[in-house]
Design a protein around this ligand. Structure first.
Ligand code: FAD
Length: 303
């Protein structure tokens, strides 16, 4: 087992297992890993990577990631500790640094009587990751409430703001997925002046509904496949009899077939094999190829 080493001045870790940074609890070691908490730290880390000519990638809470068992070369910058937010009760504007947890923001907004994030309470990601993925549920999505994002360009390290209209949002997709920009913060426009008790009640009910209908207590990445609208990926997987099917420690959830759960020390390879099997069976039976919603890191086209 690799032992992580710390480089003190930048708090950089080497050989740090990424299974500790994904909700699936799988993934090999990062060659380098940083968890900045401030813009100054982030700038220093990026300057270090540029000086050493080391490529870097960004991860949020790792709740939509499948990371290869052999880990990731270069620098992985995890933004989940990049915290800070302002919620304006009067005009409904929220400005949150990229690492703010979506459920925390949803709960705080509800307490202030801000309507707009009630659907988001059960999504265990960061607001930065949600802006990239256009996270959504129950007919809403982050793009509906977005004003703008502040980003840093990976090549020139320039900071600038991009308006929602320029981000080409669609179902679980945005221009931010082209990976040349790091999201620093997100501005949302919610609706002020609502009854906080009512909004909190709806928020709590949404969370309870998820806990009852999804395998919420087991490690997963949420929905593995995009819904081929108007069809539902979960229903297609159920139709081919794969609910409960297991490879190694990975299992198609018996609660919701679009979830693959880490039942017992699964590896990324177990999960990837199960993903491929599902795709083959669904293609054979229904004639359509399911596309993954989850982002794979460290895989090649051959994997
Ligand atoms: C139990 C469970 C339920 C879920 N339910 C839903 C749901 O209802 N709806 C839904 O849409 N999703 C759902 N998800 C998936 C996931 O939570 C969302 O996609 C979330 O938005 C990902 O955020 P993250 O911070 O974890 O990003 P990560 O998974 O860490 O990263 C996702 C992508 O965003 C990029 N990224 C992350 N942060 C940044 C940043 N600051 N700058 C640039 N790029 C960045 C990464 O490079 C990667 O490409 C669920 C996941 C789980 C585990």
């Amino acid at each position: 087992m690799l032992q992580p080493k710390k480089l003190n001045e930048l708090n950089l870790l080497s050989d740090e297992y990424l299974s500790n940074y994904t909700t699936w609890r799988v993934g090999g070691a990062a060659e380098w890993l940083a968890e900045p908490t401030t813009i100054e730290e982030l700038r220093k880390i990026i300057a270090w990577a540029n000086l050493k000519k080391i490529n870097y990638r960004v991860i949020g809470a790792g709740s939509n990631l499948l990371i290869h068992d052999s880990g990731l070369k270069g620098l992985s910058i995890c933004m989940r500790r990049f915290h800070g937010s302002k919620l304006n009760q009067n005009d409904g504007e929220i400005e949150a640094l990229a690492g703010e947890a979506i459920p925390t923001l949803a709960r705080r907004a509800a307490k202030l009587g801000l309507h707009g994030l009630e659907w988001a309470v059960g999504i265990p990601g960061t607001i930065g990751g949600a802006a990239v993925m256009n996270a959504g549920a129950q007919g809403s999505c982050i793009a509906n409430w977005m004003k703008s994002v502040k980003v840093i360009s990976k090549n020139e390290s320039k900071i600038f703001e991009i308006k929602r209209e320029e981000l080409c949002y669609s179902y679980r997709n945005s221009l931010l997925q082209q990976e040349n920009l790091l999201v620093l913060s997100v501005k949302l426009q919610l609706e002020p002046g609502h009854d906080s008790i009512k909004i909190t009640k709806i928020t709590n009910e949404n969370l309870a509904h998820r806990i009852n209908t999804q395998p919420y207590k087991l490690p997963s990445c949420g929905s593995v496949f995009r819904n081929p609208e108007p069809l539902k990926a979960g229903k297609l997987i159920e139709d081919v009899g794969l609910k409960g099917y297991r490879i190694g420690g990975a299992e198609v959830s018996t609660t919701h077939a679009n979830f693959i759960v880490n039942k017992d020390n699964a590896t990324a390879s177990d999960i990837q094999t199960l993903i491929k099997l599902i795709q083959i069976k669904v293609k054979k039976h229904h004639g359509l190829m399911l596309q993954t919603e989850v982002k794979k890191l460290g895989f090649t086209v051959k994997d």
